[in-house]
Unconditional design. Structure first.
Length: 216
């Protein structure tokens, strides 16, 4: 394979395809394979973002409104086993440029401590409707937000949506992680829920057919 071919392959892999949904009640029996995530945003502007993330697999930290990113890191620093730096572009129609590379965990921990806007969440893995789903339960200033996302290697069409998904958030920039790092959900949750009560829940109609799964 030529150098040009390798560069083309790398460019093709530097995109993510996902759809995202609000969750208000996430059943305890579905909270499988927890991963604690603390991440800090050093740039977040009009969909462009630079993020450093550290994580600890298999750790369920039982996050709540008092779980600040730095306090959680202080309690679990020795359990951090993976770190990445990620550059993102704006999301358009469920597609987003994303280039992610590994970091030394100790270096990443110091970067998170020393700057940026930090946030904390626990990510759970769920298998539903033939897809793997990630469900993020946020702590600290973003509590009680829960977001479910389905990511594929290509556009996420003809999706079977789990019953715990309330309404679609794909391309709603208010719910991007970088926006939540600067304007936490806890500061506008009441206004948003009032908005949702007025407009009602919805699913995007431009990604093929949506099917609703029955509760597990």
């Amino acid at each position: 394979m030529t150098g040009d071919s390798l560069e083309t392959l790398a460019d093709a892999q530097d995109f993510e395809y996902e759809r995202r949904f609000l969750v208000t009640e996430f059943p305890a029996h579905l909270r499988d394979a927890p991963t604690l995530i603390v991440q800090s945003y050093y740039l977040a502007d009009e969909g462009y973002a630079l993020r450093v993330r550290v994580q600890a697999s298999g750790l369920d930290a039982a996050l709540d409104a008092d779980s600040t990113p730095m306090s959680v890191l202080a309690d679990h620093r020795g359990e951090i086993s993976m770190a990445t730096v990620t550059v993102k572009g704006p999301a358009v129609g469920g597609t987003r440029y994303e280039a992610e590379r590994g970091l030394d965990p100790e270096v990443a921990l110091e970067l998170v401590h020393r700057g940026g806007r930090a946030m904390v969440k626990t990510r759970y893995s769920v298998w539903a409707g033939g897809d793997g789903w990630s469900v993020d339960v946020f702590g600290g200033a973003n509590h009680p937000l829960i977001i479910a996302e389905c990511e594929r290697s290509g556009p996420v069409t003809d999706l079977q949506v789990p019953a715990f998904c309330v309404t679609e958030l794909t391309d709603d920039r208010r719910f991007s992680n970088e926006s939540l790092a600067s304007t936490p959900y806890g500061t506008w949750v009441e206004a948003y829920l009032a908005e949702l009560a007025t407009t009602g829940p919805s699913l995007r109609a431009d990604f093929g057919t949506n099917a609703r799964l029955l509760p597990d």
